[in-house]
Design a protein around this ligand. Structure first.
Ligand code: DI6
Ligand code: FE
Length: 400
């Protein structure tokens, strides 16, 4: 067998469902893809341009952050202070702060400024082993600024060794100029803005915020119908602050994922199971908002709904740029097991992006995106707080 690069003497957690670790294992890559992996003892006769001895380090798939609002203008630390003084997230939003404060700052920023401010956040995530990141629009709310955000997201992907998957979140909040014309605004989102951005190749999926302070289930259904006409997959910020039936709505449209889900009822969980919709849990937002309502983890388990974990990196409810910490929070706050947390930032996160055939587990034929860690057991990645044991990251077969 011919490999461009071969990693030997690794302890490999492939994260393929039910697969035992390979200890010691080897993995060979060719043309950016995994050509072979297995126990060292089974390594076939081969030629490799480069061989890397992992010295017993643990190897996992590259991590996938499947829900971020990484690109935005401005800063919201003042709102953090207001919340400490007792103001609620919803009250700040209703008073024109919150998402709309970031919308004003984002509209005032050009593409270069958006890229420059997002880059250090991206670099923090990459330093922890992220190789695929989802980035949403949603702080422009008009055609030009939404396009600028998505172009900035694509540019970030060209600047670093990482795959960027974009989501159009034009239905994140009602912009002030549309206050007296909700219906007209939703129609413009569906019939003008989304099709234009999709035609420019900027949209990999369509997202919305279904909530009392955002859009109704009926409005989201209109948006999802527009996405369907364009052949784009959908996902939804659902049941974060109240139960509007968002999870069931997402499932009805065959959504890749429904995200947040603190207030999701059992019927919503059942609908997700039927549709194969992944539950994306966002403990950073739960922590920042001091939520007390836990997502229905036991029901997800009972119904076999896959659970992913993500940072939800955003300037308001989750100023978090650590997927390792998101895992720790998933375990401590949501009582996920270590295995669920690890799957939540690899296999299930890849499934939530509709990319499981390509990434998320280490299997022959998939992209060679992987991470090497200075740890004694994978549980350390979940257990330790504020500690980053990443040794190195490999993207499409290239160490970086
Ligand atoms: N839910 C969230 O947690 C973020 N967006 C959303 O729909 C918050 C965004 C923000 O506060 O800027
Ligand atoms: Fe979000």
């Amino acid at each position: 067998m011919r490999f461009d690069r071969l990693w030997i003497n690794a302890r490999i957690a492939t994260m393929a469902a039910g697969a035992p670790p390979l200890c010691p294992g080897a993995l060979g890559a060719r043309n950016g893809r995994i050509a072979w992996l297995g126990p060292m003892a089974a390594l076939p006769t081969h030629e490799a341009t480069e061989t890397i001895d992992c010295g017993g380090r643990w190897m996992l798939p590259g991590l996938v952050d499947c829900h971020t609002h990484l690109v935005f203008g401005g800063d919201r630390s003042r709102e953090f202070e207001l919340r400490l003084e007792g103001a609620s997230y919803e009250a700040i939003a209703r008073a024109g702060g919150g998402i709309l404060a970031t919308v004003r700052a984002t509209r005032a920023a050009d593409e270069a400024a958006l890229v420059a401010s997002a880059l250090p956040r991206l670099d923090r995530l990459l330093a922890e082993g992220v190789t695929t990141i989802e980035i949403k629009s949603g702080y422009g709310l008009d055609r030009d600024t939404e396009a600028r955000m998505l172009r900035a997201a694509r540019r970030l992907g060209a600047m670093r060794a990482v795959a960027v998957v974009t989501s159009f979140l034009g239905a994140h909040a009602l912009p002030p100029e549309a206050r007296d014309d909700r219906a007209g605004h939703v129609a413009r989102l569906c019939d003008e803005i989304l099709p234009a951005l999709a035609a420019e190749g900027l949209v990999d999926a369509v997202d919305g915020f279904c909530e009392g302070i955002a859009f109704t289930p009926e409005e989201i259904a209109q948006l999802f119908a527009a996405a369907r006409r364009l052949g784009l997959p959908v996902k939804l910020h659902a049941d974060q602050l109240s139960d509007l039936g968002g999870a069931a709505l997402a499932a009805r449209f065959g959504a890749l994922s429904a995200d947040h889900l603190e207030y999701t009822a059992e019927s919503g969980v059942e609908a997700m199971a039927q549709a194969g919709t992944v539950a994306v849990l966002l403990p950073g937002a739960f922590y920042v908002l001091r939520e007390t309502q836990l997502p229905p983890v036991a029901a997800f388990r009972r119904h076999g709904v896959g659970m992913a974990l993500a940072t939800d990196c955003n300037p308001g409810s989750s100023p978090l740029t650590s997927l390792l910490l998101a895992m720790n929070m998933g375990a401590t706050l949501f009582r996920l097991t270590v295995a669920e947390c690890l799957a939540g930032v690899t296999r299930e996160a890849a499934r939530a992006l509709g990319r499981l055939a390509e990434i998320g587990t280490l299997e022959p034929g998939k992209a060679c995106d992987l991470t090497l860690w200075d740890i004694e057991a994978p549980a350390e990645l979940v257990y330790r707080i504020g500690f980053n044991p990443l040794h190195s990251r490999v993207f499409r077969g290239q160490p970086c």
